[in-house]
Design a protein around this ligand. Structure first.
Ligand code: ASP
Ligand code: MG
Length: 423
């Protein structure tokens, strides 16, 4: 007997029919003798609707009331799933965040979980009852509902798994696992059996939107093993009371690197289009300039990602290029222009038709030549690199967006990631 947390996202609970399918998945684990807590999101699209009503009521609104409104979607799905479980003979009850309680900090709209008191859940689980817990919500120090930021129910699930000492946290979603790259642009992408927390963090923060980044951080800190699997894998949902015969794929396990025996040097290629490039032409090449540029951007809470400073030809002035999130470009340009006199530059150029392509792998720590292979592969395709950045387990380049597919495919082959079974 094991303790499991199963988490189902918005598309998996999009209507009552799908909620029945979810109930069947839960029953399968209960019938196997497991103690199960389920964490669910709102029906897909529902939270967006709630957010837009809130904005319609007032653009600048009370964040505590925002939380009251946008947490409502999960209240519906926990109740529906509890009923669907009861309908097929599984004892279950719903839990809202405050009922558990899941305590958060005071940051309404983007709260962090402070602690979960698992006493009541433990009691019910050991009586054989399934606990259906609302994702995305908790109770703040002010005694009011607090939400965890969009996509937050992944984080709820991991936190509940940690609090319950669960053996595993299964994240059921609309894809059947984590792939070596985006299968929409590389048909030969392979599903990974295992991936380390650190690699998954890089993938998630680079836009592979399978898991909320924060949930992966939390899983890493608490050593919660995450299994990403599809809730749409062939499964005969039970009619009435009967249990279905199931085929349910194992998905991808996100775990500590010590669990990964045959580590590839590179595990995946990620790309993100949400990048914008700013180049300052002819800034003074003297101490303090970088601080004068990046200080105001940091004050405006704009994240600068990649940076390259060119050699100056005359020793006096140089060009400096950096990237910011695409959404922040207008603000970043305004901030820099506002500080123009203090910084001192001749011209500001900006571009959004760029993409950041990254190769990721913990094997890089012990293997030389990974970056070189990337540069050579891109050079062979005639693709120019604008900016480079590296970390211990990642090499990223900024290239023109028109080469995205060419670059990702070429790199995927170069690092031997192609699934050769796909023609
Ligand atoms: N329902 C929330 C959202 O749409 C939380 C989640 O789905 O994870 O952001
Ligand atoms: Mg989600």
């Amino acid at each position: 007997m094991a303790r499991l947390v199963m988490k189902f996202g918005g598309t998996s609970v999009a209507d009552v029919e799908r909620i029945r399918n979810v109930a069947a998945h839960v029953k399968r684990e209960v019938d196997d003798g497991n103690e199960v807590a389920v964490v669910v999101s709102a029906m897909s699209g529902f939270t967006n609707q709630l957010v837009s009503w809130t904005k319609e009521a007032a653009v600048l609104h009370d964040a505590r009331e925002y939380d009251t409104i946008v947490s409502a979607g999960e209240q519906v799905t926990v109740g529906l799933l509890a009923i669907a479980l009861q309908e097929i003979g599984v004892s279950a009850r719903s839990w809202l965040g405050w009922q558990v309680p899941i305590r958060t900090d005071a940051t309404h709209g983007a709260a962090r979980i402070a602690d979960i008191d698992a006493t009541l859940l433990n009691e019910r689980l050991s009586q054989g009852q399934v606990a259906v817990v609302a994702g995305f919500q908790g109770i703040g120090p002010d005694g009011r509902i607090a939400t965890l930021g969009r996509g937050g129910s992944d984080t709820s699930a991991v936190a509940v798994a940690a609090a319950l000492g669960a053996e595993r946290c299964d994240i059921y979603t609309d894809v059947d696992g984590v792939y070596t790259t985006d299968p929409r642009i590389v048909p030969k992408a392979r599903k990974l059996d295992k991936i380390s927390y650190e690699e998954m963090l890089e993938m998630a923060s680079l836009g592979a939107k399978v898991l909320q980044t924060r949930s992966v951080e939390l899983a890493m800190v608490h050593g919660v093993r995450l299994q990403v699997r599809s809730s749409f894998d062939a499964y005969d949902a039970p009619q009435g009371s009967g249990s279905g015969t199931s085929y349910i794929g194992p998905g991808t396990l996100v775990c500590g690197e010590e669990e990964i025996v045959e580590q590839e040097v590179v595990s995946g290629i990620a790309y993100t289009k949400d990048e914008a490039k700013i180049t300052l032409i002819k800034v003074a090449d003297q101490p303090g300039v970088a601080a004068r540029i990046f200080g105001p951007l940091a004050d405006a809470a704009i994240n600068v990602d990649m940076i390259v400073q060119n050699m100056s030809e005359d020793g006096k002035r140089t060009d400096l290029t950096f990237t910011v999130p695409g959404n922040d470009l207008d603000r970043a340009v305004a901030v820099i222009e506002g500080a123009r006199d203090m910084i001192g530059y001749e011209q500001l150029l900006s571009a959004t038709d760029v993409v950041k392509v990254s190769v990721i792998g913990i094997g890089m720590r012990s293997h030389a030549g990974v970056a070189q292979k990337m540069f050579q592969t891109l050079a062979d395709k005639g693709i120019n690199i604008h900016v480079i950045s590296t970390s211990e387990i990642k090499v990223s380049v900024l290239i023109s967006a028109e080469y995205t597919e060419l670059a990702v495919r070429a790199l995927h082959s170069a690092y031997d990631l192609d699934d050769d079974a796909v023609a």
